[in-house]
Design a protein around this ligand. Structure first.
Ligand code: AMP
Length: 398
């Protein structure tokens, strides 16, 4: 495995797998959120400034059967040009003779964007011949697409086999891995994970893995009510997964056996309907009346969580504490975000990862005040579950 920091890119054509699966306006096809493009710019600039040229590989959307104009990467050329401050050549296919010709003629300092790799079904099936054709276009391979690192696709994983001595992580992917590894595997203590979100079922494997890695696990959001009910509490009509009651108890037991503190909310904001305008009361979390549902954590819980977060050296946050999309039920989530910012100011390392907590920290305008905000939703969740990501392993293994 090579390092992007020391590799010599002079006169080399670098194939960079990026994740430019960005949202587009349905009518104008303009990029509506360029975060993913922005995140890959440092890697692109690194190659160009070292005297290399860049061949960009990406997918966009989920085309079903061959090329679909709606999913053409030509829609994003302008955004890449603006952000990289370089003009971008485009090829309307990724393996055709034309693609081969354009790659062969590419000069140092130039960027060539190839058309959506998912216009070929061979991409998602991880076809070796397709990967070989892509590989033949460049001299080295850089994976900078954390968002798809959990997929064993041709351009994310299989292609790396053709570059045994010339493959490396891009700066974004490297930063993602370094951040998660730091939180999961550092020996600094105490380490705290805050896990929230809707359902226990989608986070159960993460919590089980975290029991082996963390000192404290704060559990909030909809999933907390399954834990409360499992312990005999009254949760009214709060979100509960009855099938997971035994699993919740077993998690509490496993944590106890390993001396890991699980901190559940002690109080909750309840509502008489799933609506921002519902009537609200604050009650003990195990005494929710029938017909009422818990939609946020309460004030007493906030103090409890704050104490744990403020004394932590490493913090991982995945999933909101309540229905933060409703103004009246965002207090618990907002408080967690502020606690993490404060702990970070005091020297803790904080990682916010996974869909909705990233949306929450952005909504509160605090994303630049934590140590790292992950860009890879599904990939981050699988990494937290302890699953090896094929895209990462393909770069690491020889
Ligand atoms: P997830 O994708 O599993 O992280 O779940 C995120 C979603 O969980 C958000 O849309 C929240 O609105 C929702 N959520 C958080 N707390 C609750 C709750 N107490 N009841 C219902 N949904 C919740």
């Amino acid at each position: 495995m090579q390092s992007i920091h020391t590799y010599s890119f002079a006169n080399k054509k670098a194939l960079i797998r990026v994740d430019f699966n960005v949202p587009l306006d349905k009518k104008t096809f303009e990029v509506t959120d360029n975060t993913r493009i922005k995140s890959a710019i440092p890697t692109i600039k690194k190659v160009l400034s070292a005297g290399g040229s860049v061949i960009l590989l990406s997918h966009l959307g989920r085309p079903k059967n061959g090329p679909e104009a709606d999913f053409s990467l030509k829609h994003i050329i302008k955004s890449i040009e603006e952000l990289s401050e370089t003009s971008v050549l485009f090829c309307s296919d990724c393996i055709s003779e034309e693609a081969q010709k354009m790659c062969a003629e590419l000069q140092p300092g130039q960027i060539l964007l190839l058309e959506n790799v998912r216009f070929y079904s061979e991409e998602t099936s991880g076809d070796a011949e397709f990967a070989k054709k892509l590989a033949s276009l460049g001299d080295c391979y850089i994976n900078d697409a954390f968002g798809t690192a959990h997929r064993a696709h041709a351009s994310t994983t299989v292609i790396a086999n053709y570059f045994p001595n010339d493959k490396m992580f891009g700066l974004l992917l490297e930063a993602e891995i370094v951040s998660v590894d730091k939180v999961l595997n550092s020996t600094e203590k105490p380490k705290t994970a805050i896990v929230g979100g809707a359902k226990v079922s989608s986070k159960i494997t993460i919590i089980e893995n975290l029991i082996h890695k963390m000192d404290n696990i704060i559990i909030g959001g909809g999933m907390a009510y399954t834990f409360i009910k499992a312990q005999g509490g009254k949760v009214g009509s709060s979100l509960v997964e009855d099938d997971y009651l035994p699993m919740a108890l077993s998690i509490l037991e496993k944590a106890k056996a390993r001396n890991v503190q699980i901190i559940l909310p002690t109080d909750t904001l309840i509502a008489d309907a799933f609506s921002n305008d519902a009537t609200i009361k604050e009650v003990k979390i195990n005494e929710i009346p029938d017909g009422w549902m818990g939609l946020d954590t309460g004030a007493e819980s906030a103090i409890l969580f704050q104490k744990v977060i403020q004394s932590s050296k490493l913090i991982l946050w995945n999933g909101p504490m309540g229905v933060f999309e409703f103004e009246n039920f965002q207090r618990g989530t907002k408080q967690i975000a502020h606690d993490i910012v404060k702990a970070t100011e005091q020297g803790a390392f904080s990682l916010v990862g996974g869909g909705d907590s990233v949306a929450a920290i952005n909504k509160f305008g605090l994303a630049d005040q934590v140590s790292y905000v992950s860009t890879g939703g599904g990939a981050m969740l699988e990494y937290l579950e302890g699953i090896e990501l094929p895209g990462v392993t393909a770069i690491r293994n020889n």
